[in-house]
Design a protein around this ligand. Structure first.
Ligand code: ZN
Length: 400
């Protein structure tokens, strides 16, 4: 891909234009991201993600996904709240469709009607209803997070995160904790939008063969009235915690005992692209492969979440349905990690080669929404002060 990185000197907006060189590549991608590190667990990044798409100065879209998916030729349409940033991606193969959806998305993020219409906050965040003579809290995000936190694994991972990142942005839940979402106000949402959805804090990736001039014209049109932030949001990074920490949490009594084990891995800005891929390969080999030592040694159900989409990567494993006590399971896990460092048998040439082949295949495979995947890799470094191509360059060589 040919790349052009631009910074708007007037409003500070960051733009990356990638032009696919493959003549058969015919999908165009737009993905705009904002750094939105949470300062509490009221779910403001999540409420903002929902609310800006509800209504904007130039477009009135009460149900944008439904309308756009019915009236456009999009091949991908989404919005997402990560732990420390928020994204608004879409893809299409039609040029006019690309400009049309681009206008809707740009107007939504930079000129939403949340500043004039507090009903949007109430609908998406929370409001009271009278149900069966009782006053009850409702709201799209509130209900979504109530559902998410009815899952005991989600409760556990959140507890582990709050321990591992006790002084960092990641100790807060960007999606919102139900008991804290109800404390948020329309004013909080307005202030959050003003601070985080400023042009200086916006990072736009365009992967298309369409003329850049036309794309920039639309960007200029919809950022004219946008906020320009004086303060850039700061992602609070967590210093390494050396000692082992343990926490107990309870969900409902009927559920099985589960045991979660979290490790901080690396900071995105301190690893090379090669080390980053090596971490991916190791995670796959050690935790995820059918031959994983953990799976055979612990019994029960063992799964891991390897999260590297934020400034600081972590891995969290969950064990349930095992006959081992927590202390025994902890000991087994520690022994396996120690053994892996000292005993080269497990990480032998053949198992690593098989795993690398699998990765190589996935990297080379031309999939749908390739542009979205590239934008995600770009954001991993670009949003956090690194270069846009640190993790998006597929030519990283791994040797074993
Ligand atoms: Zn949501």
């Amino acid at each position: 891909m040919q790349a052009l990185e631009l910074v708007n000197l007037v409003n500070g907006m960051h733009i990356l234009k990638l032009i696919p060189q493959d003549p058969d590549y015919n999908e165009a991608t737009f993905d705009i991201a904002f750094l939105t590190p949470p300062e509490n667990s009221m779910g403001l990044p999540h409420i903002a993600e929902h609310s800006v798409l509800c209504d904007s100065q130039n477009f009135n879209l009460k149900e944008p996904y439904q309308i756009l998916s019915q009236q456009s030729l999009e091949t991908y349409l989404n919005a997402g709240t990560y732990s420390e940033h928020t994204v608004y991606p879409f893809a299409t193969r039609n040029e006019q469709d690309f400009y049309n959806i681009m206008e809707v998305y740009l107007d939504a993020v930079f000129n939403p009607r949340i500043h004039q219409d507090e009903l949007i906050f109430m609908q998406e965040g929370h409001h009271f209803v009278i149900d069966d003579c009782k006053l009850q809290h409702q709201g799209v995000v509130l209900n979504e997070m109530k559902g998410a936190f009815s899952d005991h694994q989600r409760i556990g991972v959140t507890a582990v995160d709050s321990l591992m990142f006790k002084d960092g942005s990641m100790k807060h839940v960007s999606g919102g904790l139900p008991e804290q979402i109800v404390n948020s106000t329309p004013e909080d949402l307005k202030q959050f939008h003003k601070k985080h959805y400023s042009t200086d804090n916006s990072f736009l990736v365009l992967v298309s063969k369409f003329p850049l001039e036309k794309e920039l014209k639309l960007v200029t049109k919809y950022t004219k009235q946008a906020f320009r932030g004086k303060i850039t949001p700061v992602v609070k990074q967590q210093q390494r915690i050396k000692e082992f920490k343990q926490i107990e949490f309870s969900t409902t009594e009927s559920q099985d005992q589960i045991y979660l084990n979290g490790y901080r891995l690396f900071d995105n800005d301190s690893v090379t692209a090669m080390e980053f891929v090596a971490h991916n390969v190791l995670d796959q080999l050690i935790h995820d492969s059918p031959a994983s030592l953990f799976k055979s040694a612990l019994g029960g159900s063992f799964s891991t979440i390897f999260d590297y989409s934020n400034a600081q990567a972590m891995v969290c494993s969950t064990l349930s349905g095992t006959t081992y006590s927590h202390a025994e399971a902890q000991q087994i896990i520690e022994n396996i990690y120690k053994d892996l460092q000292e005993n080269s048998d497990y990480l032998n040439y053949n198992s690593l080669r098989a795993c690398l082949n699998n990765f190589e295949f996935r990297y080379k495979e031309v999939r749908d929404h390739h542009g979205i995947a590239i934008a995600n890799k770009v954001f991993r470094s670009w949003l956090y002060g690194g270069t846009y191509d640190k993790f998006s360059n597929n030519r990283t060589q791994l040797t074993i």
